[in-house]
Design a protein around this ligand. Structure first.
Ligand SMILES: [Zn+2]
Ligand SMILES: [Zn+2]
Length: 147
């Protein structure tokens, strides 16, 4: 069952602070090349309902990484924070797990874009692993549109 939970979080330097509604107590690990470049590693994101509330946004900046998505980060300390649909920014927000002040009860749900994962690292869990095509099919999004 989905449950709504308000959580606070922020960037490394404090120039971005926010409150979001966590949909379920879990997160996905994305291994796509854009996430890995952007966050300097696999990106662990929590699905949040709505666009979130930015209680401090002095450093908040958005990078339009593709036609349909943008990534939010702190322009002062460089923390990778958010992913959202550019055309509908208030619908949902994917939030970096470790930007939350309390994420200890969140568990790994699945890995996505595993066909983009380099061979140099491997996670030890047994959670589901989806390729780009499998993940996009589940979302109902056309493959190749990028993230
Ligand atoms: Zn910052
Ligand atoms: Zn990704």
């Amino acid at each position: 069952m989905a449950e709504k939970q308000t959580r606070s979080g922020g960037c490394l330097c404090g120039a971005v602070h926010f409150e979001v509604s966590v949909v379920e107590k879990n997160f996905n690990v994305c291994h796509c090349s854009m996430c890995r470049k952007w966050s300097a590693g696999p990106f662990m994101g929590v699905h949040c309902q709505g666009g979130g509330t930015f209680t401090k946004e002095d450093g908040l900046a958005w990078y339009r990484g593709s036609k349909w998505a943008e990534r939010g980060f702190c322009s002062q300390c460089g923390t990778s924070l958010f992913w959202r649909f550019a055309a509908n920014p208030d619908a949902m927000l994917i939030v970096a797990v470790d930007s939350l002040d309390d994420a200890d009860d969140l568990t790994l749900q699945k890995h996505i874009y595993v066909d983009s994962k380099p061979a140099r690292y491997e996670f030890a869990d047994d959670q589901p692993r989806q390729t780009e095509a499998e993940f996009l099919a589940e979302l109902g999004v056309t493959p190749g549109s990028g993230g």
